[in-house]
Ligand binder design. Structure first.
Ligand SMILES: Nc1ncnc2c1ncn2[C@@H]1O[C@H](COP(=O)(O)OP(=O)(O)OP(=O)(O)O)[C@@H](O)[C@H]1O
Length: 260
């Protein structure tokens, strides 16, 4: 079996004595698209923050590309290629689409956001390379023609694609997507699904949180189900749709809802 790109082993995190994530383990193979589902408060976003380093795990280990990362701060993990598109992430108003992507890239470059804002000389040298990567990222999500247009004028579906471009700008190996399809209309969802499929075809490893079981099981290779901070099931989309614990915990008694 190939080495996993990401190995989360026995990770826990509590807030005020209540576990948000409890003894969670999962392995994600290179190139895999993993779905994570679970009801509100199941611990999905907390799990992402533990992987990305926005939160520290209180126990357990997280290994990425063969090395431990669980003691590293978020910006170091970002530089190693772990990128997150946060739930409900906003675009920067008054900036072009290209500038929006470049701001994301500055967060992962050595100079950081402060030097980007201050326009230090060392920063200016890196600027051209970042601009190049940002254009490349916009191209990857199908927004090349929007580069110099106002980001806030983009329809919601394309604003989501812009968030993805921002995350892609640092050329990550692992992309975490927190409910990327939330609030989108059917046609926008389809376009986003197609983008995710293209990224997968390009070899990118992804973990995607979804509320919509049909949407996640349509795209994912495997699905992990969280409930009350614990993994209650993991398997292929077909296994998950048929799993009694999933139907009971996640969907109540209405089993019809899991049929796509
Ligand atoms: N920073 C925090 N401080 C206190 N409690 C928190 C914090 N972050 C999360 N929690 C709690 O941890 C639990 C898991 O929250 P989390 O946001 O990870 O769930 P989720 O599965 O992502 O939910 P949703 O689908 O609503 O986004 C919840 O009970 C939440 O209230």
């Amino acid at each position: 079996m190939t080495e996993p790109l990401l190995r989360v082993a026995g990770v826990s995190r509590a807030f005020g004595g209540v576990y948000a994530v409890r003894d969670v383990s999962l392995d994600v193979a290179p190139g895999e698209l993993r779905g994570v589902i679970g009801p509100n408060g199941a611990g999905k976003s907390t799990l992402f923050n533990l992987i990305g380093g926005q939160l520290a795990a209180q126990s357990g280990t997280i290994a990425y590309a063969g090395g431990r990362v669980d003691r590293l701060p978020a910006h170091r993990r970002a530089r190693l290629g772990i990128a997150i598109v946060f739930q409900g992430a906003r675009i920067f108003r008054g900036m072009t689409a290209l500038e929006n992507v470049m701001v994301g890239a500055h967060a992962t470059t050595r100079g950081g956001f402060a030097s980007a804002v201050l326009r230090l000389p060392a920063h200016r040298r890196a600027e051209r390379e970042i601009r190049h990567q940002a254009r490349e990222a916009l191209d990857r999500v199908g927004l090349a023609d929007w580069a110099d247009r106002s980001a806030e004028a983009l329809p919601l579906g394309q604003q989501r694609a812009l968030q993805v471009a921002r995350a892609l700008c640092g050329r990550p190996r692992l992309l975490l997507l927190d409910e990327p399809a939330a609030g989108l209309r059917a046609a926008e969802r389809d376009a986003l699904a197609q983008l995710i499929e293209e990224l997968k075809a390009g070899g990118l490893t992804m973990i995607k949180i979804e509320h919509d079981v049909a949407f996640v099981t349509r795209l994912a290779d495997r699905v992990t189900v969280l409930d009350l901070g614990r993994v209650i099931a993991e398997g292929t989309p077909a296994e998950i749709r048929a799993h009694p614990a999933v139907i009971a915990a996640y969907l109540g008694s209405s089993a019809e809802e899991v049929t796509p």
